[in-house]
Design a protein around this ligand. Structure first.
Ligand SMILES: NC(=O)c1ccc[n+]([C@@H]2O[C@H](COP(=O)([O-])OP(=O)(O)OC[C@H]3O[C@@H](n4cnc5c(N)ncnc54)[C@H](OP(=O)(O)O)[C@@H]3O)[C@@H](O)[C@H]2O)c1
Length: 278
């Protein structure tokens, strides 16, 4: 089974994030029989097997033993116990290990897995569920050029996948894209409510807000100028948009965003300290 250009993948903890990535891989034609998913609930796994056609197991070691790429996708709080239970198989077969867990350092993981492990730490985000994710990836020194490609292709199947050169930058990735969807959801919430307060129905206010968010993102992606320039172009002097932007500025929006993102990255670092032991 090992060694084709579709490496055998084992997702330890086939929950939301793992299923999003598996869905992206299958949509791109990745052979289902080269993907394993694990969990503790046999009935849920059986449902996964029937829906996606992948191999499933309640035995993490069985799946890991078959894997060239081992994706650790359990919750951060149980990562240490799960990783430690895989030490023998990882030391024997030396797969590429990819962790999608927030707040677990590469150093901790490598220690729990017995050392000398090719490890990619990545931070995907929830829009991966609709194949519009944005992930930052960091590789440790043991990761080969081929393994970098394998990791990047896996995450690219659910959206954008970009490398960062130092692990510290993963906290910045968390602040920008990992937690970023929630910032936009909060702005949407506020806009929907304000639209309603001005007399629109909730439905109309919601649909206009969401379409506007999509349109702005599409325009920014399609454009060869920065968002700041796009903003200037849609802001006529003495016009309506100018009035709104002025209020945002007076309220310190830019500084507030910077503060919020610093708090977010700080929390990522604190979690790594709380959950790690290496
Ligand atoms: N969701 C996101 O947007 C997102 C974004 C970035 C990173 N992440 C990271 O992705 C990881 C998973 O998050 P999630 O949202 O996908 O959580 P989730 O849906 O709860 O998935 C975790 C899965 O792990 C399984 N599990 C629990 N204990 C296990 C064990 N001992 N062995 C094997 N499987 C076990 C659970 O299934 P059973 O109950 O059947 O065991 C569950 O399906 C986390 O580390 C998180 O930090 C998530």
């Amino acid at each position: 089974m090992k060694g084709s250009n579709h490496p055998v993948l084992a997702f330890i903890g086939a929950g939301n994030m793992a299923q999003a990535i598996i869905g992206g891989l299958l949509a791109q034609g990745y052979p289902a029989d080269r993907i394993w998913g694990t969990g503790r609930d046999q009935a849920r796994l059986e449902d996964l097997r029937q829906r996606l056609g992948i191999r499933v197991s309640t035995d993490n070691n069985e799946a890991a033993a078959a894997a060239e790429v081992l994706v650790l996708a359990v919750k951060p709080q149980i990562m240490q116990a799960v990783a430690r239970s895989l030490v023998d198989v990882v030391q024997l077969s030396r797969p590429l290990v990819i962790s999608v867990a927030a707040g677990i350092s590469a150093n901790s993981l490598e220690g729990w897995l017995g050392g000398e492990v090719a490890l990619v730490r990545c931070m995907p985000n929830t829009p991966s569920l609709v194949q519009t994710g944005a992930s930052g990836l960091y590789a440790n020194a043991q990761v080969t050029a081929l393994q970098r490609i394998q990791a990047e292709q896996m995450l690219a199947s659910v959206g954008l996948a970009l490398w960062v050169e130092s692990e510290g930058l993963i906290d910045a990735v968390i602040a920008v894209s990992g937690s970023g969807p929630a910032y936009y959801f909060m702005l949407m919430e506020a806009m929907i409510e304000a639209g309603e307060a001005q007399g629109l129905s909730r439905d109309v206010s919601t649909r206009l807000t969401l379409q506007t968010a999509l349109g702005a993102a599409k325009m920014a992606l399609a454009s060869d100028v920065e968002p700041a320039e796009l903003r200037r172009r849609v802001t006529s002097p003495k016009g309506t948009t100018e009035q709104a932007l002025l209020r945002f500025q007076q309220g310190g929006l830019t500084e507030l965003v910077a503060e919020a993102m610093t708090a977010c990255a700080d929390r990522g670092r604190a979690m790594a300290a709380e959950l790690g032991d290496a």
